[in-house]
Design a protein around this ligand. Structure first.
Ligand SMILES: NC(=O)c1ccc[n+]([C@@H]2O[C@H](COP(=O)([O-])OP(=O)(O)OC[C@H]3O[C@@H](n4cnc5c(N)ncnc54)[C@H](OP(=O)(O)O)[C@@H]3O)[C@@H](O)[C@H]2O)c1
Length: 342
């Protein structure tokens, strides 16, 4: 799911030229057309004819590969990504394996671009130029982005969230059909713990050569629903000094950060879109929000904002395999490239 989004997002990319598409030995020798599963993307002949290789760090190094976009499962990614970084490559990973390391950022460029400074420490540890940058669990990225202007402006620290997560978040083939068709599955292993731990790291700071967690606490209840793409989240924020709804909407709609100022190719013009209709956001209508075309699926949509009794309630939606996955990694690499780190 993530690898194919990468392949699509990197077509004609202004900074990066793709030299190899890799997967497991099971896929070696297949064309991209034979492996393709993304129903919303029409595969062009050029990409469709590319032949998939196994994942071999030494072979990639010999090819002259400088940057690796990884959508490896977490149980595989740990040693493979380390090997790639040890060979001097810049690795942009979607896997959980390295996220909580003390010199490895979970980067969301609109939220914590300054966390890239940790790469210098990581490079010292690895004793070469290679490094790993991770992006967050797909349920966390959109939430962190939506919380950023609110936490900065109003100092909120108490966040409860209930998620309605899409099937593509479980990879391919994902959840067995009989478990999910006409059903809601109220458990996603380790997801609730990750939302809090990763959210606090992302919203925290890089200070004195280490990550300092944000005081924000995220209490999550996660469910898998029968939706193809797009994680919807019901967010509840408690604060005794709750601002007016208009101030909240203003903070969200005016939010803009470094990727927008730097005009990074995959940065959405408006990272947070506020919908005022009574029935939005919806995965089927809003998951692909974001302009320009290269930033399709990179904006977070927030709606149904309600304030009362010291509670802010809202729905938040983000595309799990684009903003919460491959697109997030591509944006991370664009930032690293423009900052001169790669
Ligand atoms: N899906 C999301 O929304 C999402 C969002 C954020 C982060 N993530 C994370 O991103 C990673 C990928 O998720 P996904 O949803 O794309 O999973 P997926 O659809 O199951 O894809 C996994 C990919 O890894 C390859 N692979 C498996 N074992 C391998 C091995 N030993 N060596 C080399 N390649 C191997 C598979 O190759 P074959 O095709 O040959 O089997 C496949 O291409 C996971 O760590 C996941 O937690 C996913």
């Amino acid at each position: 799911m993530i690898g194919q989004r990468f392949a699509h997002m990197l077509i004609g990319h202004p900074y990066f030229e793709v030299v190899a598409y890799c997967a497991s030995d099971r896929s070696e020798g297949k064309t991209m057309a034979q492996a393709w599963k993304l129903s919303d993307i029409e595969l062009d002949d050029d990409l469709g004819s590319k032949v998939i290789q196994g994942t071999n760090a030494n072979a990639l190094k010999k090819h002259g590969v400088e940057v690796v976009f990884s959508g490896l499962p977490s149980d595989v990614a740990g040693p493979v990504e380390d090997e790639l970084a040890e060979l001097g490559m810049a690795v942009f990973s979607n896997a959980a394996s390295h996220r909580m390391e003390p010199d490895t950022p979970i980067l969301v460029p609109e939220v914590n671009a300054e966390h890239l400074a940790s790469i210098e420490v990581q490079r010292k540890r690895r004793k070469n130029n290679g490094f790993i940058v991770t992006n967050a669990n797909c349920s966390v990225t959109g939430l962190a982005l939506g919380l950023k202007p609110l936490v900065d402006r109003f100092g909120f620290t108490e966040v409860d969230v209930a998620t309605y997560q899409a099937l593509s978040g479980a990879g391919y083939p994902g959840v067995p059909s009989l478990d999910i068709l006409g059903n809601v599955h109220p458990f996603i292993k380790n997801e609730e713990e990750k939302m809090n731990a990763e959210g606090r790291k992302i919203l925290g700071s890089w200070s004195g050569g280490r990550f300092v967690d944000s005081p924000v606490v995220i209490e999550a209840s996660c469910a898998r629903v029968s939706v193809r793409d797009g994680h919807l989240e019901a967010v509840f924020i408690r604060d005794r000094k709750m601002p007016e709804k208009e101030e909240i909407i203003k903070a969200l709609t005016h939010f803009s950060a470094k990727p927008q100022k730097m005009k990074l190719p995959s940065a959405p013009d408006h990272p947070i879109i506020v919908r005022t209709e009574s029935d939005r956001p919806q995965p089927i209508l809003d998951a692909n929000a974001g302009t320009p075309e290269r930033a399709r699926g990179m904006a977070v949509t927030i709606g149904r904002i309600r304030v009362g009794g010291g509670v802010l309630r809202m729905f938040l939606l983000s595309h799990n395999t684009i903003r919460g996955g491959a697109g997030g990694s591509v944006l991370n690499a664009e930032l690293a490239y423009k900052e001169g780190i790669i």
